[in-house]
Design a protein around this ligand. Structure first.
Ligand SMILES: [Zn+2]
Length: 471
């Protein structure tokens, strides 16, 4: 290295209009988006630069004069101007966190790989490869972003934040990354968690979504973390450390045993933000200084706590360390109060109920996710201590009848609503090839659906004020 290699255009008529999108530097004589000679300064750059080759649309904007390319694969019907504007505004919001682009960033590529189904993204130093469904792209008649488009914008925002926070600032052991083996770190709560906090925050700071939409997103986040029994059973540091063997290899017991360093890490960021805001500071500026301070060396496991202490937040540093290393629910109500919000709770209407105010009294629930397979309602994941768990249900059980009535995906919610609350009813199931009857007590799920309401608008606005208002 440095090495050059030539990318040849396939010699077929159908490939005539193919082009190349990649952050790999072009050699002299190779035109932008063309086949030809590319070069890599080292092996890391080569494998860190995905190529999108084929038919795609490409749009361009600049941040601080640095060209950014938005590449969308294949042919799609969507509002391309809107996607471009929204992406640009999100980039500006993330740039504002750090006060500028990374010094060595010369261009940036968003490579959107459109599929029928699919969702995900991977950060690279000068690009990101994003996978999304065709229908996540914004329809032309859309007003406020629908859930799918907001999720895509969150993904774009997330991966772009990684340009600073993971691809440049990173755990010290990752500076000499060993590609031949798994690399373990307890710090993913700081990297993926804080990125997850800032990805959604940028949506409101850049005025892509409304304040209400942001509060709904927070309610969903809080509910998802809180209702999982893992919240008080696995620490964030353990979850980070075991990412290779647990988080990315989840089984049916995951909600009970694995805490998400993304989701709960984002709530740690929010709790730190709350404390800083209460002291007339904010997490963005703290992260900017943190980035500058540790950019060259990388972060040790204690760096974040040390930085908080050095900034005069000794008590907070000790608290964050405790949140990270000990499995326990976070004091979220206190944090939200500091941000001008009141957090309250209610029981879920159904398994997927994660946000919004109470519409009616909560019905009895089983506390498990269900899927209909071969016409039979089957238990997927079961929360520890839920009504279903107390009755003795297990993942994989096929639900046949409740109180003598046939269970279907349609009848089950009705039965749970209509059978006498508090009564014990026979639940008939198949467990593999055995017919069993379990005693189910009809009870509402725990009050773990988060509801946020505004208590102090001045505090809330100080936190969420759009970038455009504080120039
Ligand atoms: Zn990430």
């Amino acid at each position: 290295y440095p090495q050059q290699f030539e990318l040849l255009r396939p010699e077929f008529r159908v490939t005539e209009n193919w082009r190349v999108a990649t952050a790999l530097p072009r050699a002299e004589g190779t035109a932008l988006l063309d086949f030809g000679v590319y070069q890599a300064t080292d092996y890391q750059q080569l494998i860190d630069s995905p190529l999108l080759v084929g038919l795609f649309t490409v749009q361009q904007f600049a941040v601080d004069g640095v060209p950014h390319y938005l590449v969308v694969s294949s042919q799609n019907h969507y509002d391309s101007e809107r996607l471009l504007t929204d992406t640009e505004q999100l980039c500006q919001a993330q740039r504002a966190v750090f006060g500028g682009l990374p010094d060595d960033l010369q261009h940036y590529w968003f490579l959107l790989w459109i599929t029928e189904h699919g969702y995900g993204g991977l950060e690279h130093k000068d690009s990101t490869l994003l996978l999304c469904s065709r229908h996540d792209l914004p329809a032309r008649q859309m007003t406020a972003p629908d859930d799918a488009y907001q999720t895509l914008l969150g993904l774009i925002s997330h991966e772009y934040f990684h340009t600073w926070w993971v691809k440049r600032l990173k755990p010290a052991p990752f500076h000499a990354y060993q590609l031949s083996q798994e690399q373990y770190t307890p710090q993913l709560w700081l990297y993926e968690g804080f990125t997850s906090y800032f990805d959604d925050l940028a949506l409101i700071k850049s005025e892509r979504i409304s304040q209400q939409a942001y509060l709904t997103t927070l309610e969903q986040l809080v509910t998802r973390v809180t209702r999982n029994p893992s919240d008080s059973r696995q620490s964030l540091s353990d979850s980070s450390f075991n990412a290779w063997t647990k988080y990315y290899l989840q089984d049916e017991n995951a909600p009970n045993s694995i805490v998400s360093y993304y989701a709960k890490g984002a709530l740690v960021a929010l709790a730190v933000e709350a404390e800083l805001q209460a002291n007339n500071k904010d997490l963005s500026h703290f992260c900017r200084d943190f980035y500058q301070h540790y950019l060259a060396t990388g972060t040790a496991d204690r760096s974040f706590f040390d930085a908080l202490s050095a900034a005069g937040f000794k008590a907070l540093a000790a608290q964050v360390e405790d949140w990270v290393y000990r499995a326990q629910p976070l004091p979220l109500a206190e944090s939200f109060a500091k941000l001008g919000l009141t957090l309250s709770w209610r029981s879920p209407q159904h398994f997927d109920d994660t946000h919004g105010t109470q519409q009616q009294n909560a019905p009895a629930t089983l506390g498990c996710s269900l899927k209909t397979q071969n016409g039979l309602v089957t238990v997927q994941q079961l929360y520890l201590d839920s009504a279903g768990h107390q009755a003795g249900l297990m993942a994989g059980d096929q639900l046949l009848a409740l109180a003598g009535y046939k269970i279907t995906d349609k009848s089950l919610p009705q039965l749970l609503k209509r059978l006498p609350y508090g009564s014990e009813q026979p639940l008939t199931i198949f467990r593999k090839d055995r017919l069993l009857t379990l005693p189910l007590t009809l009870q509402a799920g725990k009050a773990q659906v988060a509801m946020l309401s505004i208590a102090d608008d001045a505090k809330l606005q100080r936190w969420l004020a759009p970038l455009s208002t504080n120039t």
